[in-house]
Design a protein around this ligand. Structure first.
Ligand code: DCT
Ligand code: MG
Length: 438
């Protein structure tokens, strides 16, 4: 603990590190308020120091089983409301502000029992989020949250955005054409102009399957099967089960498998494509799409892309809808070419009795040198990533992504062998994956 204090306090005194002065860590939105010593007794935990808590948001830890779930749930609902139903850039910023506020509450190491304990918390601010959090502490209830929770438009947007491949802009179009439920979408799918996008057809066809939580045991079983295939192809491959499961969740919406293998050719999906092909031969693949993931978006220098060569700026991604056998055994299943199915055929197939259910799996390919960065990025969570990336930019003018850490002043990539090396580069204490549930 004392380590990070030393590190964080450096930023405020502008000491020279690596040849230049570190700028202040201040993030615009909300200014932390130093509360006077005599009020410190408001906290049930005598060791809690608000100033320390506010000094460096990226140093905070958030475990899944944190102590302020009711407040965080309310703030997360408002985040979701504004991220799905946004009309303007201001609404999108509002969603991000609620995401930061919810994360702050998840990081508090005590249960809030008195609204005074919420005062001065960086990222909870002194406005809307604080007001809602205060209502929850005082009465366990927020009128605004309940109204938004039951808002008909929001409920439809939630349903639509749970269709694989659909985001807020498509949800908005569907809502505008009078659709309200998943059934509506299925019935009128042929009239919708997105029906050419086969990803969404599969999302609609397998809506129920893909929205049933994937349990940890099922994810582990699938992960083992996929890893065994990869090791048969390339015995030296390194794999990890990332995403929410690595952060300690017991269920999730998909399985994220990260692979690390030596340098690859430009856009060559190599090993992960070979793994997908093996799964396909066994009749296990319903749908798949190869793409690239997570270059350092928005991290250009003077609007020219970051230098680094072909494989530096992106990871390889294969999104799959996989058959999960109902008996948990990955034996050969009847292979069938779904790509020739029109929507109706696909929908009929999805409705028919079958010995499997559809699950979502992402295969992510990284090079050996990208791996520690890909590990952090694909562990998440999303808000933790945002926080780390913002911190890297504000404190060091570094660009952090799932492919690497780029020093924009010295024009060089910072190499890392392990996740700990990445935290060291950022002068942060190491955080275990289960402490990254912002
Ligand atoms: N990620 C991110 N930004 C996004 C989406 C994802 O940084 N816009 C990162 C964080 C987690 C990781 O990629 C995997 O993404 P998801 O599977 O969407 O998230 P998850 O935390 O694994 O959630 P779930 O348990 O529901 O799969
Ligand atoms: Mg996931």
């Amino acid at each position: 603990e004392s380590q990070w204090l030393v590190e964080c306090s450096k930023f405020h005194s502008l000491v020279p590190v690596a040849g230049y002065l570190l700028p202040s860590l201040s993030v615009p939105e909300s200014t932390p308020v130093n509360i006077p010593q005599e009020e410190a007794s408001v906290y049930p935990d005598p060791d809690f120091d608000l100033n320390k808590f506010n000094e460096c948001v990226a140093e905070r830890r958030a475990v899944l089983d944190h102590q302020n779930k009711d407040i965080a749930e309310a703030l997360d609902l408002l985040r979701e409301y504004w991220s799905l139903c946004h009309q303007t850039v201001t609404d999108e910023r509002r969603a991000l502000a609620f995401a930061r506020a919810a994360a702050a509450v998840k990081c508090l190491p005590f249960k809030v029992t008195n609204p005074r304990q919420l005062k001065g918390i960086k990222d909870l601010g002194d406005g809307h989020a604080l007001r809602v959090a205060t209502q929850i502490v005082e009465s366990g209830h927020s009128q605004e949250v309940e109204e938004k929770r039951n808002d008909k438009k929001f409920l439809s947007f939630q349903i639509f955005c749970k269709v694989f491949g659909v985001g807020p802009s498509i949800a908005k179009k569907w809502y505008a054409t009078g659709l309200r439920t998943a059934e509506d979408v299925k019935k009128r799918f042929d009239q919708l102009d997105v029906s050419k996008d086969n990803m969404i057809s599969y999302g609609v066809a397998f809506y129920e399957d893909l929205n049933r939580p994937l349990l940890l045991a099922e994810a582990e079983n699938t992960y083992k099967h996929i890893t065994a295939i990869a090791q048969r192809i390339l015995p030296s491959v390194v794999t990890s089960m990332n995403g929410g499961f690595r952060r300690g969740k017991s269920s999730g919406h998909d399985l994220d498998v990260l692979f690390s293998y030596p340098e690859r050719e430009h856009n060559d999906h190599g090993l992960i494509a070979a793994v997908r092909d093996e799964l396909d031969k066994k009749g296990l693949v319903v749908w798949s799409r190869s793409s690239r993931a997570d270059g350092p978006k928005g991290a250009e220098i003077d609007s020219s892309p970051l230098p680094g060569g072909s494989a530096k700026d992106h990871l390889l991604l294969i999104m799959i809808i996989l058959k999960y056998p109902l008996d948990d055994r990955f034996d050969q299943l009847e292979r069938r070419d779904f790509s020739t199915e029109k929507n109706l055929g696909l929908f009929q197939l999805a409705d028919s009795a079958r010995p499997w259910r559809a699950i979502r799996v992402d295969l992510v390919g990284s090079t050996t040198e990208q791996y520690p960065y890909a590990q952090i990025g694909w562990t998440g969570n999303k808000q933790y990533n945002r926080c780390l990336r913002q911190y890297a930019k504000d404190a060091f003018n570094y660009s952090l992504s799932s492919t690497g850490l780029y020093d924009k002043r010295q024009h060089r990539w910072l190499p890392a062998q392990t996740e700990r090396d990445v935290f060291d580069h950022l002068k942060l204490s190491y955080r275990e994956p289960w402490e990254r549930n912002f």
